[in-house]
Design a protein around this ligand. Structure first.
Ligand SMILES: Cc1cc2nc3c(=O)[nH]c(=O)nc-3n(C[C@H](O)[C@H](O)[C@H](O)COP(=O)(O)OP(=O)(O)OC[C@H]3O[C@@H](n4cnc5c(N)ncnc54)[C@H](O)[C@@H]3O)c2cc1C
Length: 385
């Protein structure tokens, strides 16, 4: 994996900002957010710009970007349009899973096409009975005449209705007593079949991320479609968690940066009682607090990313970054809404979108309560869940 220089990540940052300034303008973002989807041409454009190739290694036509680069990409996408950042992170995670655990055939068939934006993959872990308690999932698969037949339901599967495949986490083998994590597998399941029904959910935040419900009624996948080892799917996912948490924190960072910029601009331009509202301490202080917290958030995210790049254990730091960033982005967008007054509620202002999108960040991909449980346990306290 190539190690990025500060010059390269700065260049990437400037390029993504130019993309949002010149192409995917705030007016278009607003339009796509209201329509609850962006056109495929936007995704295709990300591919043309080389941004879908970042998580794929050079061997499969990608760039093999390091975690610092992924953080900058995620942060800048989230600053402009957080729904797009969510999809980019999910597809990146899928690519890394295939690259790390997939067979040669899966890698060759999927990775170059993912890098070129010709196909996408969704991730189906969450279920009605398996959210934070993901091991509570009920979806099962059984082998029948050379195929897996998958039965169950997935909830909140982003991009499912626009993807060629959903990587479905399901039970292929009975759990051993007290060991529910065993016996779960990841099955690369084609979406183009009547036994898989997909329904788009209408959400309040991250409206354009394309989040769906997926119903599997003996949906078929070839016997060879397991990603990694049969029965070890949950453990494969565990190995991606640190990266997922760092990128989730980067989404929060990007949204918070966008909100901070907007509230600062507004405080300078909006006048009351003969002066800019930013001249009142009651408006200035929350902006100063937000800038301070955003800086702290950035340091946590970058520290976790540096540890991961160096191959060190970053379980604690990535979880702290996710937890802190998720809380801060909600505080910052709340302050932003107050400072904008009535204009905060007008859809024309990006603040109301930042405010809605920030809501996801306290419970996904891991809820902040569960993050605290995990951190407590790492500090030697008794397991609390
Ligand atoms: C826009 C969006 C996109 C998503 N995309 C995907 C996707 O692509 N693929 C996918 O698989 N999932 C996806 N998700 C699902 C997301 O990861 C879950 O929402 C998340 O894991 C939380 O699960 P839940 O919503 O079922 O909440 P629940 O698990 O029901 O939790 C509800 C509350 O209970 C608390 N709680 C539960 N257990 C404990 C405990 N032991 N200790 C303390 N508190 C606890 C939680 O912290 C939370 O506050 C997405 C969700 C959204 C909204």
């Amino acid at each position: 994996m190539a190690s990025s220089t500060a010059f390269e990540t700065d260049l990437l940052r400037q390029t993504v900002r130019a993309f949002f300034r010149d192409e995917l303008t705030p007016a278009k973002v607003r339009e796509y957010d209201s329509a609850r989807r962006y056109p495929k041409s936007v995704w295709q454009r990300l591919a043309e710009l080389g941004w879908l190739a970042l998580p794929v290694s050079e061997r499969y036509g990608g760039v093999g970007a390091d975690v610092r680069t992924s953080v900058v990409m995620t942060e800048e996408l989230a600053r402009g349009f957080a729904s797009l950042a969510v999809d980019w992170v999910l597809v990146s995670m899928g690519a890394r899973l295939i690259e790390t655990f997939g067979t040669d055939e899966q890698r060759e068939a999927l990775l170059p096409a993912l890098a070129r934006g010709e196909l996408t993959m969704a991730f189906g872990m969450s279920e009605p009975d398996g959210g934070t308690d993901v091991l509570g999932l009920r979806t099962r698969a059984r082998l029948h005449e050379g195929h897996w037949l998958i039965k169950g339901q997935k909830l909140y599967t982003s991009l499912a209705d626009e993807s060629e495949y959903v990587i479905v986490l399901c039970r292929t083998d009975d759990a051993e007593e007290g060991k529910k994590a065993r016996g779960l597998s990841l099955i690369l399941t084609p979406t183009n079949q009547p036994a898989m029904q997909i329904r788009r959910l209408h959400l309040m935040g991250m409206r354009a991320a394309g989040t769906c419900e997926v119903f599997l009624d003996d949906a078929q996948a070839p016997a060879t479609a397991i990603v990694g080892e049969r029965g070890r799917g949950f453990y494969h996912l565990l190995s991606t968690l640190d990266n997922e948490r760092i990128l989730a924190a980067a989404i929060s960072l990007g949204i918070a940066e966008g909100a901070l910029e907007e509230m600062t601009r507004y405080a300078k331009e909006r006048h009351a009682f003969g002066r800019p509202i930013g001249g009142f301490q009651a408006v200035q202080h929350p902006i100063a607090d937000s800038a301070t917290e955003v800086k702290a958030m950035r340091l946590l995210v970058e520290h976790a990313a540096d540890l991961q790049s160096a191959g060190e254990d970053c379980g604690t730091e990535s979880t702290m970054a996710k937890l802190f960033a998720g809380e801060v982005v909600n505080r910052v967008t709340d302050r932003g809404m107050r400072i904008l007054g009535g204009y905060g509620l007008v859809e024309e202002s990006p603040m109301e979108r930042h405010f809605r999108d920030a809501r996801l960040q306290v419970f996904s991909p891991i809820s902040n309560e569960m993050a605290r449980n995990f951190l407590g346990e790492r500090m030697g306290l008794p397991k609390s869940y």
